[in-house]
Design a protein around this ligand. Structure first.
Ligand code: NAD
Length: 356
């Protein structure tokens, strides 16, 4: 297959970790007989410098013309004082909304070789952590009306949490389709004992669930889910929830698996084009030193192959190669521990590519 991948290297450690992901993708292309071409796209501080905007229209157009987008990280302290609408985060929000990416998918999977980095009690971690959080990304309270006004001499602020049936239905389908490719279980998380938007969420989710009789389904309240994630994460397979709850729960879910440098994510919409990025930022404190962990970026490339290009064997080959590199004792400095062999960012990329 021929695929055109828009590549946003961004800022900080972005260019370094992206280089390693492309190294691994090139090895996959060679091994499986595909052709991947890369369109270099400016985003974040790098785009601000060149075009005066963190996500100029030319970059949006290049992403929309691609088969999928692979992003490293954006954000550079030297641009902290720019106008709010020119902040690097705004560039990210713009590309997500221009691409219509309404579903954010974050796996919470413990890599067995790094079990020592898991902050949970061993008997809990030993039951296994392997679930996915599907978060609604372009609706809810982050996009609702907001207001600060003075009432009776004091400030009063409000934010509106609003969901329509079609927004809930489409994110529900993403979760159920994903569950069919996994252990066939969906947990929908809401606060239906208090919020009207959650009661509608639950009603629509039940409707969608009826279309997937082969997938086990349950509802859970967000407060109890936050507890269950640390008490018994093995009970989850696919968790689907709205934007605000998902923001919080997906961070909690990521952290129980260990290091920030290891975790990939996908943002998906209609069609197969998505945006794939590690969950961490541009780590300016370690940029340019060739010590960043490229695994989150490399696993993001694997997610792209699985979800956008329907290449499950190729994705698995990358995941297995990461496992093999860790099995062989290789660690970047952020996950280094006694008895292991320290690798630089580029060495880690070489080693993982060698296991493809
Ligand atoms: P960060 O994730 O960049 O860094 C937090 C800590 O984790 C740092 O100590 C860093 O060195 C370490 N770290 C992160 N990724 C690592 C990796 N791959 N290997 C080894 N260590 C790693 O978060 P921050 O410091 O809060 O933010 C830095 C910049 O990144 C800011 O400008 C912020 O706005 C931006 N940011 C961007 C994104 C994104 O592009 N999606 C996400 C979060 C933050």
């Amino acid at each position: 297959m021929n695929k055109n991948i828009a590549v946003i290297r961004g800022d900080g450690i972005g260019p370094e970790i992206m280089e390693e992901a492309l190294k691994v993708l090139n090895k996959v292309a060679q091994k499986f007989g595909h052709e991947f071409t890369y369109t270099e796209v400016y985003g974040g501080g790098a785009a601000l410098e060149k075009y005066g905007h963190p996500m100029p229209q030319v970059s949006v157009d290049q992403c929309l013309a691609s088969d999928s987008v692979l992003l490293a990280a954006v954000g550079d302290p030297k641009f902290n004082d720019v106008a709010p609408e020119l902040r690097c985060e705004k560039g990210l929000l713009k590309i997500r909304s221009e691409m219509g990416l309404y579903a954010n998918v974050r796996p919470a999977k413990m890599i067995p070789q790094l079990a020592d980095a898991c902050p949970l009690r061993k008997d809990i971690a030993d039951k296994g952590i392997d679930f996915v959080v599907v978060r609604e990304l372009i609706g809810g309270i982050y996009f609702g009306k907001r207001k600060t006004e003075v009432v009776n001499g004091e400030k009063v602020a409000s934010d509106e949490m609003k969901y329509s049936e079609h927004e809930i239905e489409r994110i529900g389908r993403v979760a159920f389709d994903m569950a069919r490719k996994r252990r066939k279980k969906v947990t929908s998380v809401d606060k239906a004992n208090v919020l009207d938007s959650s009661r509608l969420w639950r009603e629509v989710m039940h409707r969608v669930a009826a279309e997937y009789p082969d997938v086990e389904y349950d509802d859970a309240l967000v407060d109890s889910t936050a507890m269950q994630i640390v008490r018994d994460p093995s009970r989850f397979d696919v968790m689907v929830t709205e934007n605000l709850f998902g923001d919080i729960l997906s961070d909690e879910a990521s952290m129980i698996t260990g290091s920030i440098g290891l975790i990939p994510s996908a943002s998906l919409g209609e069609g197969t084009r998505g945006l794939y990025e590690p969950i961490h930022g541009s780590a300016p404190d370690i940029a340019g030193k060739n010590i960043a962990n490229p695994i989150g970026q490399i696993l993001s490339a694997a997610m792209m192959l699985r979800y956008s290009f329907d290449m499950p064997a190729e994705a698995q080959a990358i995941e297995d190669a990461v496992g093999a590199a860790l099995d062989a004792g290789w660690r970047t400095v952020d996950i280094m521990c006694d008895g292991m062999k320290q690798a630089t960012c580029s060495q880690m990329g070489d080693i993982i590519a060698s296991y493809i």
